[in-house]
Design a protein around this ligand. Sequence first.
Ligand code: HXC
Length: 351
Amino acid sequence: MASTEERLKDLRNRKARSEAGGGQARVDSQHNRGKMTARERMELLLDDGSFQEMDALVEHRCKDFGMEKNIIPGDGVVTGHGTINGREVFAFAQDFTVYGGSLGEMHGLKICKVLDMALKTGRPVIGMNDSGGARIQEGVASLGSYAEIFFRNVRSSGVIPQISVIMGPCAGGAVYSPAITDFVIMVDKTAHMFITGPEVIKTVTNEEVSFEDLGGAMTHGSKSGVSHFTAVSDEEAIQLARELADLLPQNNMEKPPIRKTSDPKDRICEKLDTIIPTESNKPYDVIDVINEIVDDGAFLEVQADWAKNIVIGFSHLGGNTIGVVANQPKFLAGCLDIDASDKAARFVRFL
Ligand code: HXC
């Protein structure tokens, strides 16, 4: 039997391998693409020193395709909990340096544990996705873990906030799960969301389509409406996730936090007299109206580039979080169409 010293050495060694992820060369490649690593993202998301990691030593148990020779403790996803401005949240970050962040059985079950604990304790979940989807080598075991995740996404819907940040080339299940969460934030240029990649599409349908057109941040932010926010960098995307978590309630039984403001509740909005034109056929920007009314003129617009004929977003009134839905006369004369109706209805349901 191994001595205590040997066992401690083995533990430290496994922890170090877990922290190293897929190795320095892959970490460098991640940085060269302008992307942060999973651990760096987690540290940035949560308040300094608040991150408590769970399951850092979990390993896959696949023995096919030589997988037994390549075991990386943590199995390609960093999971745990911590705080955002002092409020507890659960989070996970997929590690693209380990099998392209792909989701194997144990990787998926680690995410399920985070989702279970978040639901049980009534805390938001933030997922940072950077994954090629189902881990091909693990076949149906991987698909099974995805099913477990989708089941939890659905059960948590309307109970705790679920925020997804897409930070790399995400395919298959790595897209289906975020798409059924409450908010999707994408990083421009480095993040993609597609069911399968351009090469498979070329082989199957002979159609040539670029990464950007198929699943880039602009496509999902302005055409499909799958994405709610586009960020220019990992840092900005994480900041947005923090901002969202900071204005939402922890769960459907609690109230959102009150934000301090020096903007008086009974302030007279004189500008309203002039923003709206006297001629009813003259367009105006309804966002000017919103900015004039809400606390400190601060409005976080959601899905700003999709179905622009309706405006949705968050603000505060007297320090209370509010959701705003407004017809936008500046686009299509504010007429409702299918996309605009879907956009507003989904937001109202969330509220
Ligand atoms: C195992 C994977 C993987 C996957 C990537 N890798 N995706 N390993 N399973 N799904 C590995 C690669 O082999 C490579 O390993 C490393 O991750 C980096 O991948 P690259 O291809 O070199 O990176 P890049 O050029 O940036 O392309 C990323 C990618 C591409 C666009 C994600 O890898 C890709 O198209 N992957 C397959 C996507 C896919 O079809 N997934 C299945 C979806 S189906 P090495 O060792 O070379 O570094 C699905 C079903 C869900 O998810 C259903 C639920 C019920």
